[in-house]
Write a protein that binds this ligand. Structure first.
Ligand code: ADP
Ligand code: MG
Length: 233
């Protein structure tokens, strides 16, 4: 129970941050949208630009809505959810950020059954954290490969987040996931811990495999269904 509390506490710290940022962005965005409407008559001959601006604003609005959903204290609700759609949604959410950093996100799904019994928003958070870490590990750009494979023997799925980033020194690997352990000047050192806890609450596990200056692979195992899922309903 104590572990659960720490987990939800950290989640709410991240959540509060996300909510704060989302509101900060939403206000100037609303202003931009308003003035753009006023400018519309001057732009009639430049409809193409106008459309691009509108589309991009809509995209930002979507991202903010997503952030706000993630940041709100959610009721924990386990349900059969398509893991592929979770990954696709998060990919869309982070794609602009990735492109700006020269990172290409490649997804490959090698499984028939992609429905797992899980808490959708929590698993989104897990994917966001691992993808962000991968992007941040590649300051000069590179590829992030997200693979999903099925493990019939263990009745679960593996998600691999494989980056081409700076890697992690061997002696540092055991520190990752300790609260507030970060090597970034603007890091919180909470993302990995929160993600690992979420996966463990799903009765899965997280593994780190890394080679310095070559890249890191984070492997997430999730069971199709938790053995104790009845308790969580
Ligand atoms: P933060 O991202 O705020 O630093 P995290 O808990 O997400 O906190 O990660 C902790 C630390 O683990 C990072 O500062 C970084 O040193 C290391 N790390 C995590 N993921 C990766 C990765 N994909 N490649 C290299 N280092 C990583
Ligand atoms: Mg992080």
């Amino acid at each position: 129970a104590e572990e659960m509390m720490i987990n939800s506490e950290k989640l709410s710290i991240a959540g509060q941050l996300a909510a704060g940022i989302a509101h900060e962005i939403r206000n100037p965005l609303t202003a931009i949208k308003g003035f753009l409407q006023l400018l519309r008559p001057d732009f009639v001959t430049k409809e193409k630009y106008m459309n691009i601006i509108s589309t991009e604003i809509e995209r930002i609005e979507m991202i903010i809505s997503e952030l706000l959903i993630l940041s709100k204290p959610q009721e924990i609700h386990y349900s059969k959810t398509n893991i592929v759609s979770i990954i696709e949604e998060v990919k869309m959410l982070l794609e602009t950020q990735a492109i700006l950093k020269g990172v290409e996100i490649n997804t490959e799904f090698y499984c028939e059954n992609t429905y797992i019994y899980c808490e959708k928003n929590q698993l989104k958070q897990v994917c966001i954290n691992f993808i962000k870490n991968a992007i941040e590990a590649m300051p000069n750009g590179g590829n992030l490969y997200i693979n999903v494979t099925e493990n019939r023997e263990e009745n679960g799925i593996f998600i691999h987040f494989k980056d081409e980033g700076k890697g992690i020194p061997k002696e540092k690997i055991s520190k990752i996931g300790h609260p507030f352990y970060t090597t970034k000047s603007d890091g919180t050192g909470l993302g990995f811990m929160v993600s690992k806890r979420i996966v463990e609450h799903h009765e899965g596990y997280v593994e780190i495999d890394s080679e310095l200056n070559v890249g890191t692979t984070i492997t997430v195992f999730l069971p199709m269904e938790q053995l104790s899922f009845k308790e969580k309903e």
